[in-house]
Design a protein around this ligand. Structure first.
Ligand code: IPD
Ligand code: CA
Ligand code: CA
Length: 277
């Protein structure tokens, strides 16, 4: 029996994990290459892309099409298959700026959305050989190299002053309004990290390594797997005003739960009435 089925996770989750492992190996093979070989280029003024992003997305899309020909697909690098039923949401490399600069801190994120909600997701962190996997109603787990699977649970930190939190820099031309949220939280919390991979921030929150995470202007592929991971680990997800998310394209606030009211208090005043695009 595979580890995934021993944990009570479905064949679909096992497929997502296997596919993420394959993509992780591909991306790790490209990591040591020079910038020229990686074909690093700017997609927009604040957004990089490399050959690894494209190759990993092609690989993941091919595996999904072969196994689930009727499913839809939404990939950051442009793969889009319509469908009214289940849809895979894929970020082939989350943390591309780190990857492009040779910093071993990035993820592969694969999620399956169905009936208006994410049903399962995997966040692979290839340089650490860590695989975070989750399925709705069945929990969230860390499968590490050669170690027993660990069921994820968020931290119990209730004091903002003791909280280790993370944010990210949105891919928007004007980041100045988001920058205003960071100063106050640096002053009130233990510390703030900007590690450059939203999917890892969310997986780490689920694992109790971080206590809260906020970022505006995220895209579904950045957060689909991570949002379910946090919820299945007992954390809370909302927009910056504390309202339930109506879309995965939003100002996101994720926390361990006890910190949520304090985070909403810090952020609500900065919330834009309408999230970008
Ligand atoms: C980005 C990373 C980054 C976050 C950005 C994302 P990418 O994704 O997750 O941490 O701040 O908002 O776009 O471009 O590396 O896949
Ligand atoms: Ca990406
Ligand atoms: Ca991303």
């Amino acid at each position: 029996m595979s580890t995934v089925s021993q944990l009570g996770l479905s064949e679909t989750a096992a497929f997502a994990l296997e596919t993420a492992r394959e993509a992780a190996a591909l991306v790790m093979g490209i990591l040591p290459e020079s910038s020229a070989e990686k074909q690093v280029r700017l997609k927009t003024a604040t957004d990089l892309v490399t050959r690894a992003d494209h190759e990993a997305e092609r690989l993941i899309a091919a595996r999904i099409r072969a196994r689930f020909p009727d499913h839809g697909l939404l990939g950051e690098e442009g793969t889009a298959n319509d469908g009214s039923g289940p849809c895979w949401v894929v970020d082939p490399v989350d943390g591309t700026a780190n990857f492009a600069h040779g910093i071993p801190w990035f993820a592969v994120s694969i999620a399956l959305e169905d009936r208006g909600a994410v049903q399962c997701g995997v966040i692979a962190v290839p340089p650490l050989d860590e695989y975070f996997v989750t399925e709705r109603g069945r929990g969230a787990y860390l499968l590490g190299a050669g170690a027993e699977p660990v069921r994820l649970a968020v931290s119990e930190t209730a004091d903002l002053g003791a909280a280790l939190m993370a944010t990210g820099l949105p891919r928007e031309p004007d980041r100045s309004w988001h920058v205003q949220t960071i100063g106050p939280l640096i002053l009130r919390s233990l510390e703030v990290r900007i590690m450059g991979a939203a999917a890892i921030h969310l997986a780490y929150l689920a694992a109790g390594r971080l206590d809260a995470f906020w970022e505006p202007g995220l895209q579904p592929w950045d957060v689909a797997a991570g949002v379910l991971m946090v919820e299945e680990a007992g954390g809370r997800i909302s927009d910056w005003s504390g309202r339930p998310l109506v879309s995965l394209k939003t100002e996101l606030l994720a926390s361990n739960g006890p910190l949520h009211p304090a985070m909403v208090q810090m952020l609500a005043g900065y919330s834009r009435a309408h999230s970008p695009g």
